[in-house]
Design a binder for this molecule. Structure first.
Ligand code: MG
Length: 215
């Protein structure tokens, strides 16, 4: 491919503000060329990140998408991130709903993303209620399975969650950025970034430049 330069990465960052999200095609094309050899993921927790967190959501009638989630995912997709959902659903183990309920709900969720021009690469669900289960967050099992299956560079990947157990799963899987979505900006967290709205995430989607990149 030869050397490819972005003249002013800082200026590119500036261009990625919320107001500019629909008008950054030329910058996005440059980013994708620079990092075309990498696969990276935007890992999303489900309840409280994709949909409003109500207790034991398992029917589409109760599945309410949070404002901004489609904008964030479209922008991430344009940056070359695969969108992967990572969710604990212990309601199955607790007998509140069934595995079939979860599967049907996720078919609906993926379909709604598709209607908004977003491809969900994969959905990982831990149905166990056992905190020692390798897949149950904060354990990193689901992320590591995704890494293996999809050939992901975790250092270039981002995890977004609304609980500390999500953040710890991201850290345990060596995600490059962990973002806590919270109402309490003063909360103590291990996350590398705190945001109070989904759209704030847009500014953190710029990939880390690959080793050897010369400005
Ligand atoms: Mg959550």
């Amino acid at each position: 491919m030869g050397e490819f330069r972005i003249r002013n990465p800082v200026r590119v960052c500036d261009k990625l503000g919320m107001a500019e999200v629909g008008n950054m095609g030329i910058y996005l094309r440059e980013e994708i060329m620079v990092n075309a050899h990498l696969e990276r993921a935007l890992f999303l927790d489900r309840d409280g990140v994709i949909n409003v967190d109500k207790i034991d959501v398992h029917r589409k009638e109760a599945f309410e998408f949070i404002d901004g989630i489609f904008d964030v995912c479209r922008a991430a997709q344009q940056h070359g991130y695969k969108i992967i959902v990572i969710t604990n659903q212990s309601g199955v183990a607790r007998g509140v709903y069934t595995e079939a309920d979860v599967r049907m709900l996720h078919e609906y969720m993926v379909g709604e993303f598709a209607k908004n021009a977003i491809e969900i690469t994969d959905v990982y669900v831990c149905m166990s209620h056992d905190n020692s289960h390798e897949d149950r967050k904060p354990n990193p099992g689901m992320l590591l399975k995704a890494q293996e299956k999809h050939g992901l560079d975790m250092a270039s990947s981002i995890l977004v969650g609304d609980h500390e157990r999500d953040i710890l799963a991201g850290i345990n899987a060596h995600c490059g950025k962990t973002i806590l979505l919270t109402d309490d900006i003063d909360v103590t967290t291990s996350a590398s970034i705190k945001v109070t709205s989904l759209l704030e995430i847009l500014q953190y989607l710029l990939p880390v430049f690959p080793a050897g990149f010369v400005e």
